[in-house]
Ligand binder design. Structure first.
Ligand code: ASP
Length: 316
């Protein structure tokens, strides 16, 4: 098979002040995944590498740069899943982990479970030698400004996905939710999907969105497709968005159409907005969102492309 990499950096009304950094970040992550494939790594290694780059980039809401909970703390969620044996690992509400995607991979490969949360996940990180850092190391000034903005206006998570937020003074500080994700097909045809997030600014302590949930924030099955989702986590979870997209691909629907139909179903059924990236088991790419913007990048042997606004495709 010809390898394929697709990366996203979150679907929402990304303000101009974050636009350039977001598209540069997703391009860097796609390149990192590609390098791994070129040097003999498989799609699991490639997804881990791409998401590690995004988690370390403070513009994104994952790892360093994650948004803050209502109490001003950082709680991170991540998932990785491979489509051969349907191996999956995820962590939710973990604290002080610089790269939650690496911990999710350890869960997939070394735990007898598919998901660990909170204290137990941190204890497992210690056992596996995954470094834990002081929380302050993950908190950026932008995350604090955004948190202060949301405390002031008491916005709900719904507001973040509408453009009403831009009408409020101080909205340039909004760093709502640049969740990250990556899907890869390697030359053996192995599909892998991963997603990592700090969730949504001013979320309740203990809140878990769609991102670390199998079939919601990500799914991978070599029999159909690999998908990573972003957007309003409560809505995505209710319709199991990643699973919805992969099931459509299983029926032979092109990933672009599968995403479009699934997002439209979600919007009609529960009212939420979001986006998704997908590679089906023939190597077809799907990218779609019904929010204002989503930063994404893709890489194949033929071309490297990125976009932000609807319909945008720029070669890099
Ligand atoms: N889906 C994420 C969550 O609800 C947020 C996002 O994708 O922007 O935690």
């Amino acid at each position: 098979m010809d390898p394929v990499v697709v990366v996203h950096g979150g679907a929402w009304a990304i303000p101009e002040s974050m636009a350039e950094r977001s598209v540069l970040g997703v391009q860097e992550a796609a390149k990192a995944a590609w390098r791994v494939l070129e040097t003999g790594g498989n799609s699991i290694d490639a997804v881990e590498a791409a998401i590690t780059v995004l988690e370390d980039d403070p513009v994104f809401d994952s790892g360093t740069g994650a948004v803050l909970t209502m109490d001003g703390t950082v709680e991170l969620d991540a998932i990785i899943m491979e489509g051969n044996s349907l191996g999956a690992g995820s962590v939710a509400c973990v604290e002080r982990i610089k790269n939650p995607i690496q911990l999710a991979r350890k869960v997939m490969e070394q735990a007898d479970h598919v998901m660990l949360v909170g204290k137990g996940a941190n204890m497992f990180a210690e056992e596996c030698g995954i470094p834990q850092v002081p929380m302050e190391q993950l908190v950026t000034p932008e995350a604090i400004e955004s948190w202060e903005f949301f405390k002031k206006y008491r916005c709900t998570v719904q507001t973040l996905f509408s453009n009403r937020v831009e009408e409020l003074p101080g909205s340039e500080f909004v760093n709502g939710h640049e969740t990250v994700g990556c899907v890869v097909m390697d030359k053996t045809g192995l599909l892998t999907a991963g997603t990592s997030t700090g969730g949504i600014t001013a979320k309740r302590v203990g809140r878990v969105g769609d991102s670390p949930l199998i079939g919601c924030g990500a799914y991978a099955d070599n029999a159909s497709a690999a998908v990573s989702c972003t957007g309003h986590g409560e809505s995505i979870s209710k319709v199991c968005l990643a699973s919805l997209v992969t099931e459509k691909c299983r029926l032979g629907i092109h990933p672009n159409k599968a995403i479009r139909e699934s997002l439209s179903y979600m919007n009609k059924r529960v009212g939420g907005a979001g986006g998704a990236i997908c590679i089906d088991n023939k190597g077809n790419i799907g990218i779609g969102f019904n929010t204002e913007r989503m930063a994404w990048a893709s890489k194949t042997n033929v071309e490297s492309v990125y976009g932000l606004d609807a319909g945008e495709r720029i070669v890099f």
